[in-house]
Structure formats: C-alpha cells, structure tokens
Write a protein that binds this ligand. Structure first.
Ligand SMILES: [Mn+2]
Length: 336
C-alpha cells in the first residue's frame, strides 16, 4: 500500500532544509554529503522540501536544475539513501494551483521552465514522502506540527494525489462544455481564464490537454477534504498566534499521533519552512528544532545541516544542537 511515511532504523542522515533554488548552497551540501558518505560518516541525505522557488530575480533561480540533480542523486545512491520530502512549494505543481506571497508569484516561472521535463518532474514530485520517522524518536517534516493534521495521520500516510486528481477529473468529465465555467472563472477572479492558464500553467492554448487544469486545481482547492489536510500539513505556521504552553501541547499531540506504528515513540520534531531570524536554527521548545540550511537562515551563511544518527535515541531537541554543522566556513571566517 502507498505510504507517505519513511521509517528509518539505522544510518546517519545528513538533513538539509529549504534551499529555494539556491544552487551554490545545494552544491555545497551535495559535496559535503559525498565526502561524509565516502568516509562512512553519513549514509543518507534527506532534503526537508522547498528546494524550489527562489525569492530573487529569474537568473538566480536554479530550481529546475536542482530538482533534476536530486533525481539523478537518487538514481545514483538509491531511494533509501537520498530522500526528499514534499514541501509546500513543490506541492502546488502537482495540482496546478498557483502560489504567491504578496505581489510575488512563485509558480509561473517553474511551470514555464518545465518544458519537456514536465511529466518526469511532476511524477517525481507526486511520489515524494511527507514525513520521516526514525528509531531515534526524531520525526522529520517540511513544515512541522499542525493541530489540524493531528487527527488525520492515516489520511496523510496513505495520501494519493492521483486519486484526488481523478475525482476532480471525473467531476469535470460530467460537463459536456466547460465554456460557462471559464466564464465563471472570469467573474470570480476578474481575469481571463485563457490568460491565466497560459501564465500559471504554461499551457499552449485551448487545444492543450492541460487547458482545464487551472479549473481543476481551483475545484480541488475548494472541495477536496484530502487536499485541505495536505494544505494544512504543508502550510502550517506552527507556534504563530499560540501561547508557548499551547504550542508545546500541540507539538506533543502531533508527535504522539505520528508515533503509531513508528520504529520508536517520536519525541522530537525537526522541520524547516519558517525563517530563523537569529542564525541557521531555532530551538522552538523542548520538542521542536527548526532548521534553516540557506534561504531561511539569517544571514544565509549561518545556514546549517543536521547529522542525525537514526538509531540513537533522542529525548529533547537541545540534544541535537551538537549535531549541527555548516558548509559556509569560508564566509563565516571572513566575518570574524
Ligand atoms: Mn515551506
């Protein structure tokens, strides 16, 4: 049965989060992994998601090249050695939904770049797991704990994108002519469906078989219960808006929910997703370590990775701090 959870009982994992199209950082981490792997100091490389979508100008955005390289690395080392989790920046491309922050649009650039790689890359994204559980008791995720998700662990464990897409396709197939829906789109969003489909999904025109996919994505975002849970899991803002105490409760409940069937009770969560304003990590509380490997570190060169022994029990997040390391030594020395 399809599972979105990877359970690891052995090996030292090098964990990297949120590179957002930063080619230089990606190359540094891969180079480090190759040397750790060769010396026997690490057996796995785990990306916590959001490898794609740079915040800067297009020429700095190396998102597609990075993903293709992760696919090549996985082929080279094997799927148990190179693991990538799905992030909220990868997920929209599976569904044809767009992602923006203020006026800044993340998805169109990547959709345009896909070209003839589309099928291969979307298939890769569709297969990505959501969580890694370890015998160390450390749970790895992209976005971290979300109370909306705690009651839906099994839904996430067996999540099937193809099924969600097929349900929406079946609904659309009942409609002989979609023209009134394209008109309705214009009424709701105030923009032409044709313009938006070309802009957001890089479709060629009404004859493109992907032409209805923008409509399909809108339908899924509005109606799919499964998609809503996945959205909450990948877009959670964690402790934002909560008291310290209630967030601790939320993390503990989340860890308990994910311990069912795990190699060990999950006691600590490591996630990326949110900026760490004071360096490359943040000890959110006793149960939660936030890791920033480049894009979310302040400054970027404070970014770090985590070396986790998947077999050695960890009881509190602060036990992981000695296992953090950097690939930006040169830059940091210049600052001294
Ligand atoms: Mn994210």
């Amino acid at each position: 049965m399809l599972t979105r959870f990877v359970d690891l009982t052995d090996g030292v994992a090098m964990i990297v989060s949120d590179l957002h199209g930063d080619r230089d950082a990606f190359d540094r981490y891969v180079t480090r992994f190759r040397s750790l792997y060769a010396s026997g100091a690490a057996q796995r490389l785990i990306f916590l998601g959001d490898l794609i979508h740079a915040y800067g100008p297009p020429y700095q955005d190396q998102s597609l090249g990075i993903l293709l390289d992760v696919m090549a690395l996985r082929a080279e080392f094997g799927p148990q050695t190179v693991i990538m989790l799905l992030g909220n920046h990868e997920m929209p491309h599976i569904y044809g939904v767009s992602l923006a922050k203020g006026d800044y649009e993340f998805t169109p650039r990547f959709e345009q770049a896909l070209g003839k790689r589309r099928e291969q890359v979307i298939a890769f994204l569709s297969e990505l797991p959501f969580y890694v559980r370890t015998a160390a008791g450390v749970l790895l995720s992209h976005a971290g704990p979300a109370s909306e998700v705690t009651g839906h662990v099994d839904l996430l464990r067996h999540y099937d994108h193809a099924q969600v897409l097929a349900q929406a396709d079946a609904l659309l197939a009942q409609v002989p002519d979609l023209t009134p829906y394209y008109e309705r789109y214009r009424q709701v969003f105030g923009t032409s469906y044709d313009d938006d489909a070309r802009h957001y999904l890089a479709v060629r025109g009404p004859d493109d078989p992907r032409y209805p996919h923008l409509l399909r994505g809108t339908l899924i975002a509005q109606q799919s219960r499964e998609f809503a849970v996945l959205w909450d899991a990948l877009f959670t803002q964690n402790e934002l808006g909560l008291t310290e105490y209630s967030y601790v409760q939320q993390v503990r409940e989340f860890l308990a929910a994910f311990s069912d069937g795990a190699p060990a009770p999950q006691q600590v969560i490591v996630s990326g997703h949110i900026v760490t304003p004071l360096g490359g990590y943040m000890l959110v509380n006793r149960y939660h370590l936030r890791l920033s490997s480049a894009a979310h570190a302040r400054p970027r060169e404070a970014g770090c990775y985590l070396l986790l022994d998947c077999a050695r029990p960890v009881h509190a997040a602060n036990e992981l701090l000695p296992c953090l390391d950097t690939v930006f030594e040169d830059e940091m020395e210049d600052d001294d």
